[in-house]
Design a protein around this ligand. Structure first.
Ligand SMILES: Nc1nc2c(ncn2[C@@H]2O[C@H](COP(=O)(O)O)[C@@H](O)[C@H]2O)c(=O)[nH]1
Ligand SMILES: [Zn+2]
Length: 726
């Protein structure tokens, strides 16, 4: 049942005997007393894991429990702790990144934060115990292939956990299996109700490490943080989730010589996954693709969009973390940004014979190998980022005057520049969070209420407090918009207003704006802020502007680029949750496609982006002979399906031969809620390779009879592909 999540035959698991030997060594040294110096260093984010053998690391983990006095406070038998740690060790795999050393660094960062914040005084000893133990267990039996792979490959884990955080569920499950053995159960003396709450806490923490939930958790935390209340259980829970996330992705908060090898390990694991995806004909995860990313581009994107917003959020609650972990992350971003700029500049400029340029070329060509860059720079005696009298070795920055030290100070405008650079203009900078959200979006519960601080007026892209919206806001805005449109459609259809959970909650006129769509490679970049205006009272949509009811303005950089039309009332809105019904281009076979519209849209991107893509389901494979099996019932029950099905047909209308055949076949069929599949692009029908098909929006047709949906009509001027950056 399902593909194995772990390639046992090609396993890089340490052999049982090797692992046992490490455990024996650990048990042998486990009574040793560590020096004060080591114990002090162990509390610092600067701790260097690379200096320690596995058995020593086990001892360091033991020391954490001892120094936090958890053994005494919770009556934990030292031998039980040792057995537990050995079992944990045995259950980490020998993969490049998600291995036992990673478990240690995450736990050690948490340990440092615990001491820095004096957490036991703030959240109590039990939560502290939960946090530390969760970190230790959080990636147990990680196979080195992430959730995206698990889901796309339909592995046994994805099947077991229904695509819902399969890995994190598995890590938890392995942890509690270890704890089932009383001789390894550090919580064995706990009363049942305490055990239950510890179990809940650990599950909550480990599941929070799924990057697909990053924005959800960060948003919620940002909402409560200004009025954080240590007596509020929900607040404590969120804090713990954020703390484990911070620890989990904290490598860049460490000194360069500790952090950089971790990045190499991570990229090695990423590349192995994308290689395998290519080999198996699965969608290739872009941020893992060795042909697309570079070390600096990967880090600019990850640090700028994922890491720093999280760290700054925790830093706002605990300013004492600023110097400890937030500033180092800012410096890392600055560093990678400069490296990124340099390599881009270098690519743009004709090759120069200077060694520096050649070195930099090496940077982009062989991103996983940074040692070569460093050593050649050291040869050249270049020292950049000289700060506070300390000279640090960094790769030569091509284009910068070599003798000019570049300030490590964070500049807001620089950060904004990065955001602009990677925000919406370079498909390869899609973050892991965005890709995960896209992959798993259909099951992530989204709070669709507008976020505090979300700007409701003005043209162009939506902004939050004057800043470019992160994917968080993009997503939130989409959800809000779809909710309001769904609500209005409901009213149009004579239905009743929805409950507050799916309705915007404020009163008064509201303008909602929408999405930035990114494309890849040969596809266009399309930036389409969408605007809808609604009159809302106590969460109920009373009215929407007439033109809004019928159409949505599509703008690009503040200029009108077209309209999305709502063509008829929804037949049913029961399925409308967070999918962007209103802006998804939809068509049925009932009309001839309009030919006067040159706007190219890669519909797969739309469907992916809006969570409408049913390609992962078992029925996702297109019938070989087109849509012959599509039932002819015109009855449309669920708007989500309507959109999906309509998009399916649209998607089949590529200009390619095979798609034309499919189109012909489709033209004979009528939309059906049962036809829940998305035909493959012509180039890869029957395989699961990622679509490269570009579909012309003019090929969309309208349904005025049976389908309610939004239909795109676009301006024929200002082709957005012109705006694509190289
Ligand atoms: N591009 C980068 N991705 C990173 C980095 N550090 C962590 N990560 C990603 O986050 C997840 C964390 O989840 P985990 O529980 O699986 O460890 C990890 O898988 C990476 O994909 C980084 O420095 N750069
Ligand atoms: Zn991890």
């Amino acid at each position: 049942m399902g593909r194995p999540y772990w390639n046992r035959h090609k396993a890089r698991r340490k052999s049982e005997s090797e692992k046992r030997l490490v455990c024996e060594k650990y048990l042998h040294i486990s009574t040793m007393t560590l020096t004060e110096e080591i114990r002090r260093c162990l509390r610092m984010p600067t701790f260097d894991n690379w200096q320690w053998e596995d058995e020593e690391i086990l001892l360091l983990l033991q020391q954490m429990y001892v120094d936090l006095d958890l053994l005494k406070k919770f009556d934990i038998d030292l031998n039980v702790l040792r057995k537990f740690l050995c079992q944990v060790y045995m259950n980490y795999n020998e993969v490049p990144f998600h291995n036992f050393q990673h478990c240690f660094t995450v736990s050690q960062m948490m340990y440092g934060i615990i001491w820095c914040l004096n957490l036991p005084d703030k959240i109590g000893d039990l939560e502290t115990l939960i946090l530390l133990t969760s970190c230790i267990c959080h990636d147990l039996d990680h196979p080195g292939f992430n959730n995206i792979y698990q889901i796309n490959a339909r592995t046994e884990l994805a099947l077991r956990y229904n695509d819902i955080s399969p890995l994190e569920n598995h890590h938890c499950s392995v942890a509690f299996n270890i704890l089932e053995d009383p001789t390894a159960n550090v919580f064995r003396s706990f009363p049942p109700e305490v055990y239950k709450s510890v179990r809940e806490g650990i599950i909550r923490c480990i599941l929070a490490t799924d990057m697909a939930r990053h924005n959800e958790i960060l948003n919620q935390f940002n909402q409560i943080a200004p009025e954080f209340d240590y007596n509020n259980r929900a607040h404590i829970n969120l804090l713990c989730m954020v703390l484990i996330k911070v620890s989990d992705i904290s490598n860049e908060a460490r000194p360069m010589d500790v952090a950089e090898p971790w990045l190499d390990c991570l990229l090695q694991e990423f590349f192995e996954q994308s290689d395998r995806e290519k080999m198996e004909g699965l969608p290739v995860t872009p941020f893992m693709d060795r042909d697309k990313i570079t070390k600096p581009s990967s880090q600019c994107s990850f640090i700028g969009f994922v890491l720093l917003p999280l760290f700054e959020a925790i830093g706002r609650l605990y300013p004492e973390l600023d110097t400890l972990i937030v500033n180092p992350v800012r410096e890392a971003l600055d560093y990678y940004r400069k490296l990124n700029e340099a390599s881009r500049r270098n690519l743009e400029q004709p090759a120069s014979p200077t060694p520096a340029v050649n070195e930099q070329k090496e940077t982009t060509a062989s991103i996983a190998d940074s040692s070569s860059i460093k050593s050649s720079e050291q040869q050249a005696g270049q020292h950049l980022f000289d700060n506070e009298g300390k000279t640090m070795d960094h790769p030569t920055i091509v284009g910068a005057t070599p003798t000019t030290p570049i300030s490590r100070e964070r500049s807001f405008s620089q950060e904004e520049e990065i955001r602009r650079f990677s925000f919406g203009l370079d498909a390869d900078t899609f973050t892991e969070v965005e890709i995960c959200e896209k992959t798993f979006s259909f099951k992530i519960s989204t709070d669709i209420r507008p976020l505090p601080g979300w700007s409701n007026n003005g043209g162009g892209n939506g902004t939050c407090n004057g800043r470019q919206p992160s994917s968080t806001f993009r997503r939130a805005s989409l959800a809000v918009m779809s909710a309001s449109l769904a609500e209005s459609a409901r009213i149009l259809a004579g239905g009743t207003a929805r409950s507050a959970t799916s309705s915007p909650t404020q009163s008064g006129p509201c303008t909602y704006r929408g999405a930035v769509i990114q494309e890849e490679e040969d596809e266009i970049t399309l930036d389409i802020p969408t605007v809808a205006t609604a009159s809302i009272h106590n969460g109920v949509v009373l009215d929407m502007h007439k033109e809004t009811l019928e159409s949505l303005d599509l703008q690009h950089n503040g200029q009108q680029k077209g309209r999305a039309e709502i063509t008829a009332p929804l037949a049913s809105v029961e399925d409308v949750t967070d999918s962007v019904v209103a802006v998804a281009p939809v068509a049925t076979a009932s009309r001839q496609p309009s030919r006067d519209n040159p706007l190219l849209i890669r519909l797969r991107q739309w469907t992916d982006r809006f969570g409408l893509n049913p390609v992962r389901s078992a029925s996702a494979e297109p019938p070989e002979n087109g849509a012959a099996d599509v039932p002819k019932s015109p009855k449309l029950l669920g708007s989500r399906k309507i959109v999906s099905n309509s998009l399916s047909r649209l998607f089949s209308r590529s200009s390619s031969h095979k798609a034309a055949q499919q189109q012909q076949s489709m033209a004979n069929s009528v939309a059906s809620p049962e036809s829940n599949y998305l035909p493959m692009p012509a180039s890869s029908a029957g395989s699961r390779r990622r679509s490269k098909t570009i579909i012309n929006a003019t090929e969309m047709s309208r349904s005025l009879d049976d389908v309610t949906a939004a239909h795109m009509i676009t301006d024929s001027t200002n082709h957005p592909s012109q705006k694509r950056l190289d």
